[in-house]
Design a protein around this ligand. Sequence first.
Ligand SMILES: Nc1ccn([C@@H]2O[C@H](COP(=O)(O)OP(=O)(O)O)[C@@H](O)[C@H]2O)c(=O)n1
Length: 560
Amino acid sequence: MKENKAAGKSFSFSSCRAVISSPAHTVLRHHLLLSIKLKLSWSRCYCQTPALLQSINHKPPHGHGINAQDSQTELYISSSSRWTELNKRYQLSAKHAPQTRQKNRSFGLKAPSFVLLLTLRISVSLRMSASLWVWRLLAVWTLLAVSSSQRNGLNAVDFSQRFGNALPSLSRPANASQIFYGVMFDAGSTGTRIHVYTFIQKEPDGLPVLDNEMFHSMKPGLSAYADIPEIAGHTVRQLLRVAKKTVPPVEWKRTPLVFRATAGLRLLSPAKAHALLEEVQDVFDESPFYVPPDSVSIMNGTNEGILAWVTVNFLTGRLNRDTQKTVGILDLGGGSTQITFLPKSKKTIESAPADYIVRFDMFNSTHKLYTHSYLGNGIKAARLSALGALGSDGLEKKVFKTSCLPKKHTGEFSFGGFSYHVSGVTNGVTGFKACYQEMLKVVKGIINQPHELKDSSTFYAFSYYFDHAVEAGLIDESRGGAVKIRDFRKRAKEVCNRPSKRSQLNPFLCMDLTYIVCLLKDGFGFKESTVLQLTKKVRNVETSWALGAAIYHFQKFRIH
Ligand SMILES: Nc1ccn([C@@H]2O[C@H](COP(=O)(O)OP(=O)(O)O)[C@@H](O)[C@H]2O)c(=O)n1
Protein backbone atom coordinates (compact mmCIF):
# COMPACT_ATOMS: atom_id res chain seq x y z
CA MET A 1 0.00 0.00 0.00
CA LYS A 2 2.91 2.30 0.83
CA GLU A 3 4.36 1.72 -2.63
CA ASN A 4 1.09 2.56 -4.28
CA LYS A 5 0.97 5.84 -2.41
CA ALA A 6 4.50 6.73 -3.43
CA ALA A 7 3.55 6.20 -7.04
CA GLY A 8 0.71 8.70 -6.58
CA LYS A 9 -1.99 6.13 -7.02
CA SER A 10 -3.74 6.27 -3.67
CA PHE A 11 -7.42 6.96 -3.89
CA SER A 12 -9.42 8.94 -1.42
CA PHE A 13 -12.87 10.34 -1.05
CA SER A 14 -11.52 13.91 -1.34
CA SER A 15 -9.76 13.24 -4.65
CA CYS A 16 -12.98 11.72 -5.93
CA ARG A 17 -14.91 14.83 -4.93
CA ALA A 18 -12.30 17.03 -6.56
CA VAL A 19 -12.82 15.26 -9.85
CA ILE A 20 -16.57 15.51 -9.70
CA SER A 21 -16.40 19.24 -9.07
CA SER A 22 -13.75 19.76 -11.74
CA PRO A 23 -14.21 22.56 -14.35
CA ALA A 24 -16.70 22.12 -17.13
CA HIS A 25 -14.02 21.73 -19.79
CA THR A 26 -12.65 18.61 -18.11
CA VAL A 27 -16.09 17.04 -18.20
CA LEU A 28 -16.46 18.10 -21.83
CA ARG A 29 -13.14 16.50 -22.70
CA HIS A 30 -14.14 13.22 -21.13
CA HIS A 31 -17.45 13.47 -22.87
CA LEU A 32 -15.64 13.74 -26.20
CA LEU A 33 -13.48 10.79 -25.31
CA LEU A 34 -16.51 8.82 -24.31
CA SER A 35 -18.07 9.65 -27.65
CA ILE A 36 -15.01 8.29 -29.38
CA LYS A 37 -15.10 5.17 -27.23
CA LEU A 38 -18.69 4.67 -28.17
CA LYS A 39 -17.51 4.78 -31.76
CA LEU A 40 -19.35 7.91 -32.79
CA SER A 41 -17.92 9.29 -35.98
CA TRP A 42 -15.03 11.76 -36.03
CA SER A 43 -17.11 14.28 -37.88
CA ARG A 44 -19.79 14.27 -35.20
CA CYS A 45 -17.25 14.77 -32.46
CA TYR A 46 -15.00 17.30 -34.11
CA CYS A 47 -16.69 18.76 -37.12
CA GLN A 48 -16.39 22.25 -35.61
CA THR A 49 -12.62 21.93 -35.38
CA PRO A 50 -11.07 22.64 -38.79
CA ALA A 51 -7.53 22.44 -37.42
CA LEU A 52 -8.09 18.89 -36.25
CA LEU A 53 -9.74 17.85 -39.46
CA GLN A 54 -6.75 19.31 -41.23
CA SER A 55 -4.52 17.12 -39.10
CA ILE A 56 -6.62 14.08 -39.90
CA ASN A 57 -6.57 14.74 -43.62
CA HIS A 58 -2.94 15.74 -43.71
CA LYS A 59 -0.75 13.78 -46.06
CA PRO A 60 2.45 13.09 -44.14
CA PRO A 61 5.87 13.92 -45.54
CA HIS A 62 8.14 10.97 -46.20
CA GLY A 63 5.75 8.47 -44.67
CA HIS A 64 6.43 9.73 -41.14
CA GLY A 65 3.54 11.93 -40.16
CA ILE A 66 0.94 9.23 -40.40
CA ASN A 67 -2.27 9.85 -38.56
CA ALA A 68 -2.61 7.56 -35.61
CA GLN A 69 -5.82 6.16 -37.07
CA ASP A 70 -4.11 5.18 -40.27
CA SER A 71 -3.68 1.46 -40.75
CA GLN A 72 -0.03 2.02 -41.67
CA THR A 73 0.53 3.22 -38.15
CA GLU A 74 -0.49 -0.12 -36.81
CA LEU A 75 1.95 -1.87 -39.13
CA TYR A 76 4.71 0.47 -38.11
CA ILE A 77 4.04 -0.04 -34.46
CA SER A 78 3.64 -3.77 -34.70
CA SER A 79 7.26 -4.09 -35.79
CA SER A 80 8.10 -3.51 -32.14
CA SER A 81 6.41 -6.68 -31.00
CA ARG A 82 9.75 -8.21 -30.15
CA TRP A 83 9.43 -6.58 -26.74
CA THR A 84 7.75 -9.65 -25.31
CA GLU A 85 10.80 -11.71 -26.07
CA LEU A 86 13.17 -9.04 -24.81
CA ASN A 87 11.12 -8.51 -21.73
CA LYS A 88 11.58 -12.10 -20.60
CA ARG A 89 15.25 -11.32 -20.10
CA TYR A 90 14.64 -8.13 -18.23
CA GLN A 91 15.06 -8.01 -14.44
CA LEU A 92 15.27 -4.75 -12.50
CA SER A 93 15.50 -4.65 -8.75
CA ALA A 94 12.87 -2.82 -6.72
CA LYS A 95 15.56 -0.84 -4.89
CA HIS A 96 15.68 1.60 -7.83
CA ALA A 97 12.26 2.93 -6.93
CA PRO A 98 12.22 6.70 -7.53
CA GLN A 99 10.55 9.57 -5.73
CA THR A 100 7.47 9.93 -7.89
CA ARG A 101 5.65 13.27 -7.95
CA GLN A 102 2.36 13.16 -6.07
CA LYS A 103 -0.41 13.57 -8.58
CA ASN A 104 -3.48 15.55 -7.63
CA ARG A 105 -5.56 13.15 -9.65
CA SER A 106 -6.20 9.54 -8.82
CA PHE A 107 -4.75 6.82 -11.02
CA GLY A 108 -7.39 5.15 -13.13
CA LEU A 109 -9.37 8.35 -13.56
CA LYS A 110 -10.21 7.66 -17.17
CA ALA A 111 -12.22 4.49 -16.63
CA PRO A 112 -14.24 5.92 -13.74
CA SER A 113 -14.89 9.10 -15.71
CA PHE A 114 -16.48 7.02 -18.46
CA VAL A 115 -18.59 5.39 -15.79
CA LEU A 116 -19.56 8.83 -14.51
CA LEU A 117 -20.68 10.04 -17.90
CA LEU A 118 -22.38 6.83 -18.81
CA THR A 119 -24.17 6.83 -15.49
CA LEU A 120 -25.23 10.44 -15.82
CA ARG A 121 -26.49 9.77 -19.32
CA ILE A 122 -28.55 6.83 -18.07
CA SER A 123 -29.81 8.81 -15.09
CA VAL A 124 -30.89 11.67 -17.30
CA SER A 125 -32.61 9.37 -19.74
CA LEU A 126 -34.37 7.45 -16.94
CA ARG A 127 -35.20 10.71 -15.09
CA MET A 128 -33.71 9.38 -11.87
CA SER A 129 -32.69 11.48 -8.90
CA ALA A 130 -29.28 13.00 -9.65
CA SER A 131 -28.06 12.83 -6.04
CA LEU A 132 -28.90 9.12 -5.81
CA TRP A 133 -26.86 8.50 -8.94
CA VAL A 134 -23.95 10.57 -7.75
CA TRP A 135 -23.73 8.49 -4.54
CA ARG A 136 -23.99 5.23 -6.50
CA LEU A 137 -21.37 6.48 -8.85
CA LEU A 138 -19.00 7.37 -6.01
CA ALA A 139 -19.14 3.81 -4.81
CA VAL A 140 -18.46 2.37 -8.29
CA TRP A 141 -15.73 4.88 -8.91
CA THR A 142 -13.97 4.14 -5.64
CA LEU A 143 -14.03 0.42 -6.37
CA LEU A 144 -12.65 0.91 -9.87
CA ALA A 145 -9.91 3.30 -8.81
CA VAL A 146 -8.78 1.16 -5.91
CA SER A 147 -8.67 -1.95 -8.05
CA SER A 148 -6.73 -0.22 -10.81
CA SER A 149 -4.28 1.19 -8.27
CA GLN A 150 -3.70 -2.31 -6.94
CA ARG A 151 -3.21 -3.77 -10.39
CA ASN A 152 -0.43 -1.32 -11.18
CA GLY A 153 1.83 -1.65 -8.19
CA LEU A 154 5.19 -1.44 -10.01
CA ASN A 155 7.88 0.99 -8.99
CA ALA A 156 9.47 3.35 -11.48
CA VAL A 157 13.21 3.55 -12.11
CA ASP A 158 15.34 6.65 -11.78
CA PHE A 159 17.28 6.63 -15.02
CA SER A 160 19.67 9.33 -13.95
CA GLN A 161 21.06 6.81 -11.46
CA ARG A 162 21.14 3.97 -13.91
CA PHE A 163 23.03 5.89 -16.58
CA GLY A 164 25.72 7.23 -14.26
CA ASN A 165 28.53 8.55 -16.43
CA ALA A 166 28.01 6.04 -19.15
CA LEU A 167 27.71 7.09 -22.75
CA PRO A 168 25.10 5.14 -24.65
CA SER A 169 26.21 3.73 -27.96
CA LEU A 170 24.08 2.45 -30.79
CA SER A 171 24.11 -1.26 -31.43
CA ARG A 172 22.07 -4.43 -31.02
CA PRO A 173 23.84 -6.70 -28.58
CA ALA A 174 22.91 -10.35 -28.79
CA ASN A 175 22.65 -11.05 -25.07
CA ALA A 176 20.76 -8.07 -23.79
CA SER A 177 19.94 -8.48 -20.13
CA GLN A 178 18.19 -5.30 -19.05
CA ILE A 179 15.94 -3.21 -21.20
CA PHE A 180 14.49 0.11 -20.34
CA TYR A 181 12.61 2.80 -22.20
CA GLY A 182 12.32 6.55 -22.44
CA VAL A 183 9.55 8.51 -24.15
CA MET A 184 10.25 11.98 -25.53
CA PHE A 185 7.62 14.27 -27.06
CA ASP A 186 8.79 16.98 -29.45
CA ALA A 187 6.10 19.65 -29.73
CA GLY A 188 7.27 21.79 -32.65
CA SER A 189 5.51 24.62 -34.43
CA THR A 190 4.60 22.41 -37.39
CA GLY A 191 3.92 19.09 -35.68
CA THR A 192 4.06 17.00 -32.53
CA ARG A 193 6.26 13.91 -32.49
CA ILE A 194 6.80 11.03 -30.15
CA HIS A 195 10.12 9.18 -29.86
CA VAL A 196 10.10 5.95 -27.88
CA TYR A 197 13.67 4.90 -27.15
CA THR A 198 14.64 1.41 -26.09
CA PHE A 199 17.91 1.19 -24.18
CA ILE A 200 19.71 -1.91 -23.03
CA GLN A 201 21.89 -2.04 -19.93
CA LYS A 202 24.05 -5.12 -20.23
CA GLU A 203 26.01 -4.65 -17.03
CA PRO A 204 24.97 -2.57 -14.02
CA ASP A 205 27.83 -0.09 -14.45
CA GLY A 206 28.54 -0.68 -18.10
CA LEU A 207 27.48 1.24 -21.16
CA PRO A 208 23.77 1.25 -21.95
CA VAL A 209 23.11 0.99 -25.64
CA LEU A 210 20.36 2.56 -27.70
CA ASP A 211 18.57 -0.41 -29.19
CA ASN A 212 15.65 1.10 -31.02
CA GLU A 213 13.58 4.19 -31.70
CA MET A 214 9.88 4.22 -32.53
CA PHE A 215 8.83 7.49 -34.09
CA HIS A 216 5.49 8.95 -34.98
CA SER A 217 4.23 12.44 -35.72
CA MET A 218 0.99 14.37 -36.05
CA LYS A 219 0.26 17.67 -37.70
CA PRO A 220 -0.35 20.54 -37.15
CA GLY A 221 1.68 21.69 -34.14
CA LEU A 222 -0.05 22.22 -30.80
CA SER A 223 0.03 26.02 -31.19
CA ALA A 224 -2.72 25.59 -33.80
CA TYR A 225 -4.94 24.59 -30.83
CA ALA A 226 -4.13 27.66 -28.75
CA ASP A 227 -7.84 28.46 -28.46
CA ILE A 228 -9.00 24.85 -28.07
CA PRO A 229 -6.36 23.32 -25.77
CA GLU A 230 -8.47 20.15 -25.27
CA ILE A 231 -7.43 19.07 -28.77
CA ALA A 232 -3.78 19.35 -27.78
CA GLY A 233 -4.47 16.82 -25.05
CA HIS A 234 -6.15 14.59 -27.58
CA THR A 235 -3.11 14.76 -29.91
CA VAL A 236 -0.77 13.72 -27.11
CA ARG A 237 -3.15 10.95 -26.06
CA GLN A 238 -3.14 9.63 -29.64
CA LEU A 239 0.64 9.66 -29.78
CA LEU A 240 0.87 7.92 -26.43
CA ARG A 241 -0.62 4.89 -28.15
CA VAL A 242 2.76 4.42 -29.82
CA ALA A 243 4.40 4.28 -26.38
CA LYS A 244 1.78 1.82 -25.15
CA LYS A 245 2.37 -0.45 -28.10
CA THR A 246 6.15 -0.22 -27.93
CA VAL A 247 6.76 -0.43 -24.19
CA PRO A 248 5.61 -3.64 -22.51
CA PRO A 249 2.85 -2.95 -19.96
CA VAL A 250 5.00 -4.27 -17.13
CA GLU A 251 7.47 -1.44 -17.85
CA TRP A 252 4.97 1.42 -18.05
CA LYS A 253 5.29 2.51 -14.43
CA ARG A 254 9.05 2.90 -14.72
CA THR A 255 9.20 4.44 -18.20
CA PRO A 256 9.54 8.23 -18.02
CA LEU A 257 7.45 10.54 -20.20
CA VAL A 258 9.07 13.85 -21.11
CA PHE A 259 7.46 16.58 -23.21
CA ARG A 260 9.36 19.55 -24.59
CA ALA A 261 7.81 22.30 -26.70
CA THR A 262 9.83 24.54 -29.01
CA ALA A 263 9.15 27.60 -31.18
CA GLY A 264 5.39 27.09 -31.61
CA LEU A 265 4.70 27.53 -27.91
CA ARG A 266 7.48 30.08 -27.41
CA LEU A 267 5.67 32.32 -29.88
CA LEU A 268 2.32 32.11 -28.03
CA SER A 269 1.23 34.30 -25.14
CA PRO A 270 2.26 32.78 -21.78
CA ALA A 271 -1.40 32.19 -20.84
CA LYS A 272 -2.17 30.24 -24.04
CA ALA A 273 1.03 28.25 -23.85
CA HIS A 274 0.29 27.44 -20.20
CA ALA A 275 -3.21 26.19 -21.04
CA LEU A 276 -1.76 23.83 -23.67
CA LEU A 277 0.90 22.55 -21.28
CA GLU A 278 -1.75 21.94 -18.63
CA GLU A 279 -3.70 19.76 -21.04
CA VAL A 280 -0.58 17.75 -21.78
CA GLN A 281 0.22 17.44 -18.08
CA ASP A 282 -3.31 16.12 -17.47
CA VAL A 283 -2.88 13.48 -20.17
CA PHE A 284 0.47 12.48 -18.69
CA ASP A 285 -0.99 12.29 -15.19
CA GLU A 286 -3.77 10.05 -16.42
CA SER A 287 -1.32 7.80 -18.21
CA PRO A 288 0.11 4.64 -16.69
CA PHE A 289 3.69 5.81 -17.31
CA TYR A 290 6.21 7.38 -14.93
CA VAL A 291 5.81 11.18 -14.94
CA PRO A 292 8.97 12.74 -13.52
CA PRO A 293 8.99 16.26 -12.05
CA ASP A 294 9.28 18.93 -14.78
CA SER A 295 8.20 16.44 -17.40
CA VAL A 296 6.14 18.99 -19.37
CA SER A 297 7.70 22.31 -20.34
CA ILE A 298 8.87 24.68 -23.05
CA MET A 299 12.53 24.10 -23.81
CA ASN A 300 14.77 27.09 -24.26
CA GLY A 301 16.48 27.68 -27.60
CA THR A 302 19.98 27.14 -26.21
CA ASN A 303 19.12 23.65 -25.03
CA GLU A 304 17.38 22.92 -28.33
CA GLY A 305 20.59 23.72 -30.22
CA ILE A 306 22.91 21.85 -27.86
CA LEU A 307 20.74 18.76 -27.63
CA ALA A 308 20.53 18.45 -31.42
CA TRP A 309 24.33 18.70 -31.45
CA VAL A 310 24.49 15.92 -28.81
CA THR A 311 22.16 13.73 -30.93
CA VAL A 312 24.15 14.06 -34.14
CA ASN A 313 27.56 13.64 -32.54
CA PHE A 314 26.34 10.73 -30.45
CA LEU A 315 24.76 8.95 -33.42
CA THR A 316 27.81 9.47 -35.59
CA GLY A 317 30.04 8.10 -32.81
CA ARG A 318 31.90 11.35 -32.19
CA LEU A 319 30.95 12.09 -28.62
CA ASN A 320 33.02 9.48 -26.89
CA ARG A 321 36.20 10.21 -28.77
CA ASP A 322 38.13 13.40 -29.41
CA THR A 323 35.55 16.15 -29.06
CA GLN A 324 37.59 18.42 -31.36
CA LYS A 325 36.34 16.16 -34.15
CA THR A 326 32.68 16.86 -33.50
CA VAL A 327 30.48 18.24 -36.25
CA GLY A 328 28.31 21.32 -36.17
CA ILE A 329 24.53 21.20 -36.64
CA LEU A 330 22.04 23.34 -38.50
CA ASP A 331 18.39 22.83 -37.64
CA LEU A 332 15.69 24.71 -39.54
CA GLY A 333 12.25 24.43 -37.98
CA GLY A 334 9.00 26.18 -38.78
CA GLY A 335 9.34 28.84 -36.09
CA SER A 336 13.03 28.91 -35.20
CA THR A 337 16.43 27.91 -36.51
CA GLN A 338 19.45 26.69 -34.54
CA ILE A 339 23.17 26.61 -35.16
CA THR A 340 25.59 24.79 -32.80
CA PHE A 341 29.25 23.89 -33.15
CA LEU A 342 32.44 23.54 -31.17
CA PRO A 343 34.52 26.59 -32.09
CA LYS A 344 38.08 25.92 -33.22
CA SER A 345 39.19 29.53 -33.30
CA LYS A 346 39.56 31.81 -30.30
CA LYS A 347 38.32 34.69 -32.42
CA THR A 348 34.93 33.01 -32.82
CA ILE A 349 34.54 32.82 -29.05
CA GLU A 350 35.80 36.35 -28.44
CA SER A 351 33.67 37.99 -31.12
CA ALA A 352 30.44 36.12 -30.35
CA PRO A 353 27.71 37.69 -28.18
CA ALA A 354 28.29 36.44 -24.62
CA ASP A 355 25.15 34.30 -24.43
CA TYR A 356 26.06 32.46 -27.66
CA ILE A 357 28.96 30.68 -25.95
CA VAL A 358 27.67 28.00 -23.63
CA ARG A 359 29.58 25.74 -21.31
CA PHE A 360 28.54 22.20 -21.39
CA ASP A 361 29.77 19.45 -19.04
CA MET A 362 29.77 15.89 -20.19
CA PHE A 363 31.81 12.89 -19.15
CA ASN A 364 34.01 14.85 -16.75
CA SER A 365 35.01 17.54 -19.21
CA THR A 366 33.69 20.98 -20.02
CA HIS A 367 33.13 22.07 -23.60
CA LYS A 368 32.50 25.54 -24.91
CA LEU A 369 29.92 25.47 -27.66
CA TYR A 370 28.77 28.23 -29.94
CA THR A 371 24.99 27.94 -30.07
CA HIS A 372 22.01 30.11 -30.81
CA SER A 373 18.34 29.66 -31.62
CA TYR A 374 16.77 32.42 -33.72
CA LEU A 375 13.08 32.65 -32.86
CA GLY A 376 11.12 33.92 -35.86
CA ASN A 377 13.74 32.68 -38.34
CA GLY A 378 12.21 29.25 -38.90
CA ILE A 379 11.15 28.77 -42.50
CA LYS A 380 7.42 29.38 -41.96
CA ALA A 381 7.96 32.36 -39.67
CA ALA A 382 10.40 33.76 -42.27
CA ARG A 383 7.66 33.53 -44.92
CA LEU A 384 5.39 35.62 -42.70
CA SER A 385 8.15 38.12 -42.02
CA ALA A 386 9.00 38.54 -45.69
CA LEU A 387 5.32 38.91 -46.59
CA GLY A 388 4.84 41.53 -43.87
CA ALA A 389 2.16 39.32 -42.37
CA LEU A 390 3.69 38.85 -38.92
CA GLY A 391 1.27 39.94 -36.21
CA SER A 392 -1.18 41.23 -38.83
CA ASP A 393 -4.91 41.22 -38.05
CA GLY A 394 -7.98 41.10 -40.32
CA LEU A 395 -6.36 38.20 -42.16
CA GLU A 396 -9.55 37.15 -43.97
CA LYS A 397 -9.55 40.35 -46.01
CA LYS A 398 -5.83 40.73 -46.68
CA VAL A 399 -3.76 39.34 -49.53
CA PHE A 400 0.01 39.35 -49.00
CA LYS A 401 2.03 39.77 -52.19
CA THR A 402 5.54 38.56 -52.89
CA SER A 403 7.96 38.38 -55.79
CA CYS A 404 8.87 34.86 -54.60
CA LEU A 405 5.59 33.39 -55.90
CA PRO A 406 4.70 32.85 -59.57
CA LYS A 407 3.07 36.03 -60.95
CA LYS A 408 -0.42 34.64 -61.35
CA HIS A 409 -0.43 32.53 -58.24
CA THR A 410 -3.07 33.05 -55.59
CA GLY A 411 -3.38 30.74 -52.63
CA GLU A 412 -3.02 30.48 -48.90
CA PHE A 413 -0.90 28.85 -46.28
CA SER A 414 -1.40 28.07 -42.62
CA PHE A 415 0.95 28.39 -39.71
CA GLY A 416 0.31 28.43 -35.97
CA GLY A 417 -3.45 28.09 -36.41
CA PHE A 418 -3.82 31.08 -38.80
CA SER A 419 -4.43 31.11 -42.53
CA TYR A 420 -2.79 33.69 -44.79
CA HIS A 421 -3.96 34.65 -48.31
CA VAL A 422 -1.01 35.18 -50.65
CA SER A 423 -0.40 36.04 -54.28
CA GLY A 424 2.39 36.79 -56.76
CA VAL A 425 3.00 40.36 -57.95
CA THR A 426 1.16 40.70 -61.25
CA ASN A 427 2.78 44.00 -62.27
CA GLY A 428 6.17 43.77 -60.59
CA VAL A 429 9.44 41.89 -60.84
CA THR A 430 9.54 38.25 -59.82
CA GLY A 431 12.34 35.70 -59.77
CA PHE A 432 15.37 34.76 -57.70
CA LYS A 433 17.03 38.19 -57.47
CA ALA A 434 13.90 40.02 -56.35
CA CYS A 435 12.96 37.20 -54.00
CA TYR A 436 16.46 37.19 -52.47
CA GLN A 437 16.10 40.90 -51.64
CA GLU A 438 12.84 40.13 -49.81
CA MET A 439 14.38 37.32 -47.82
CA LEU A 440 17.45 39.40 -46.98
CA LYS A 441 15.26 41.62 -44.79
CA VAL A 442 14.56 38.61 -42.57
CA VAL A 443 18.24 37.85 -41.85
CA LYS A 444 20.23 41.08 -42.30
CA GLY A 445 21.42 42.46 -38.97
CA ILE A 446 19.62 39.66 -37.14
CA ILE A 447 21.85 36.63 -37.65
CA ASN A 448 25.30 36.68 -36.13
CA GLN A 449 28.18 35.57 -38.36
CA PRO A 450 30.60 33.37 -36.43
CA HIS A 451 34.12 34.19 -37.54
CA GLU A 452 35.32 30.72 -38.48
CA LEU A 453 32.43 29.79 -40.78
CA LYS A 454 34.35 31.52 -43.54
CA ASP A 455 36.73 28.53 -43.42
CA SER A 456 35.62 25.08 -44.37
CA SER A 457 33.86 23.12 -41.64
CA THR A 458 31.57 20.12 -41.44
CA PHE A 459 27.94 20.73 -40.62
CA TYR A 460 25.04 18.31 -40.48
CA ALA A 461 21.79 19.92 -41.57
CA PHE A 462 18.35 18.41 -41.08
CA SER A 463 14.62 19.24 -40.62
CA TYR A 464 13.50 21.71 -43.32
CA TYR A 465 17.00 21.87 -44.86
CA PHE A 466 16.56 18.18 -45.59
CA ASP A 467 12.90 18.34 -46.62
CA HIS A 468 13.49 21.14 -49.13
CA ALA A 469 16.63 19.58 -50.56
CA VAL A 470 14.51 16.48 -51.27
CA GLU A 471 11.72 18.55 -52.76
CA ALA A 472 14.19 20.42 -54.95
CA GLY A 473 15.62 17.12 -56.18
CA LEU A 474 19.06 17.84 -54.69
CA ILE A 475 19.18 14.63 -52.61
CA ASP A 476 17.50 11.29 -52.46
CA GLU A 477 14.98 11.08 -49.63
CA SER A 478 16.08 7.72 -48.31
CA ARG A 479 19.83 8.30 -48.54
CA GLY A 480 20.24 12.03 -47.89
CA GLY A 481 23.60 13.33 -49.06
CA ALA A 482 26.19 16.06 -49.24
CA VAL A 483 25.13 19.34 -50.83
CA LYS A 484 27.13 22.55 -51.34
CA ILE A 485 25.49 25.84 -50.54
CA ARG A 486 26.25 26.73 -54.16
CA ASP A 487 23.98 23.82 -55.22
CA PHE A 488 21.13 25.22 -53.14
CA ARG A 489 21.65 28.63 -54.80
CA LYS A 490 21.69 27.19 -58.33
CA ARG A 491 18.53 25.20 -57.74
CA ALA A 492 16.75 28.15 -56.08
CA LYS A 493 17.58 30.24 -59.15
CA GLU A 494 16.21 27.59 -61.49
CA VAL A 495 13.03 27.12 -59.50
CA CYS A 496 12.37 30.88 -59.19
CA ASN A 497 13.27 31.90 -62.72
CA ARG A 498 11.91 28.96 -64.66
CA PRO A 499 8.66 27.84 -63.07
CA SER A 500 8.14 24.15 -63.77
CA LYS A 501 5.94 21.26 -62.65
CA ARG A 502 7.89 21.21 -59.40
CA SER A 503 7.00 24.82 -58.59
CA GLN A 504 3.39 24.19 -59.55
CA LEU A 505 3.26 21.42 -56.96
CA ASN A 506 4.73 23.69 -54.30
CA PRO A 507 4.49 27.38 -55.24
CA PHE A 508 6.51 28.25 -52.12
CA LEU A 509 9.55 26.24 -53.19
CA CYS A 510 11.22 29.32 -54.74
CA MET A 511 10.69 31.32 -51.54
CA ASP A 512 11.83 28.53 -49.21
CA LEU A 513 14.96 27.62 -51.21
CA THR A 514 15.87 31.29 -51.55
CA TYR A 515 15.47 31.73 -47.80
CA ILE A 516 17.74 28.77 -47.15
CA VAL A 517 20.47 30.23 -49.40
CA CYS A 518 20.05 33.68 -47.87
CA LEU A 519 20.15 32.35 -44.30
CA LEU A 520 23.27 30.28 -44.93
CA LYS A 521 25.20 32.89 -46.93
CA ASP A 522 24.11 36.32 -45.73
CA GLY A 523 22.87 35.10 -42.37
CA PHE A 524 25.47 32.75 -40.92
CA GLY A 525 28.17 33.79 -43.41
CA PHE A 526 29.00 30.35 -44.86
CA LYS A 527 31.06 30.17 -48.04
CA GLU A 528 29.28 28.91 -51.15
CA SER A 529 31.69 25.97 -51.23
CA THR A 530 30.68 24.76 -47.74
CA VAL A 531 29.33 21.24 -47.87
CA LEU A 532 26.30 20.37 -45.77
CA GLN A 533 25.63 16.79 -44.80
CA LEU A 534 21.87 16.49 -45.17
CA THR A 535 20.44 13.79 -42.93
CA LYS A 536 17.00 12.73 -41.81
CA LYS A 537 18.11 9.71 -39.81
CA VAL A 538 21.44 8.39 -38.65
CA ARG A 539 21.48 4.63 -38.11
CA ASN A 540 17.71 4.64 -38.32
CA VAL A 541 17.28 7.23 -35.55
CA GLU A 542 15.74 10.66 -36.19
CA THR A 543 18.21 13.53 -36.27
CA SER A 544 16.56 16.03 -33.97
CA TRP A 545 17.16 17.33 -30.46
CA ALA A 546 14.91 14.58 -29.00
CA LEU A 547 17.53 11.86 -28.49
CA GLY A 548 19.93 14.44 -27.03
CA ALA A 549 17.14 15.49 -24.68
CA ALA A 550 16.54 11.88 -23.62
CA ILE A 551 20.24 11.41 -22.91
CA TYR A 552 20.29 14.76 -21.12
CA HIS A 553 17.35 13.71 -19.03
CA PHE A 554 18.99 10.44 -18.04
CA GLN A 555 22.55 11.68 -17.70
CA LYS A 556 21.83 15.00 -16.06
CA PHE A 557 24.83 16.59 -17.72
CA ARG A 558 25.16 20.29 -17.15
CA ILE A 559 24.53 23.13 -19.55
CA HIS A 560 25.57 26.48 -18.08
N1 LIG B 1 12.21 14.32 -35.40
C1 LIG B 1 11.99 15.27 -36.26
C2 LIG B 1 11.50 16.50 -35.84
C3 LIG B 1 11.26 17.49 -36.78
N2 LIG B 1 11.50 17.24 -38.06
C4 LIG B 1 11.22 18.22 -39.06
O1 LIG B 1 11.57 19.52 -38.59
C5 LIG B 1 10.77 20.46 -39.25
C6 LIG B 1 10.07 21.43 -38.36
O2 LIG B 1 10.37 21.34 -37.04
P1 LIG B 1 9.47 22.09 -35.94
O3 LIG B 1 8.09 22.26 -36.41
O4 LIG B 1 9.69 21.29 -34.70
O5 LIG B 1 10.15 23.48 -35.82
P2 LIG B 1 10.22 24.52 -34.58
O6 LIG B 1 8.87 24.67 -34.05
O7 LIG B 1 11.15 23.96 -33.55
O8 LIG B 1 10.77 25.73 -35.22
C7 LIG B 1 9.78 19.65 -40.07
O9 LIG B 1 10.30 19.51 -41.35
C8 LIG B 1 9.77 18.34 -39.36
O10 LIG B 1 9.32 17.29 -40.17
C9 LIG B 1 12.01 16.02 -38.46
O11 LIG B 1 12.28 15.81 -39.62
N3 LIG B 1 12.23 15.04 -37.56
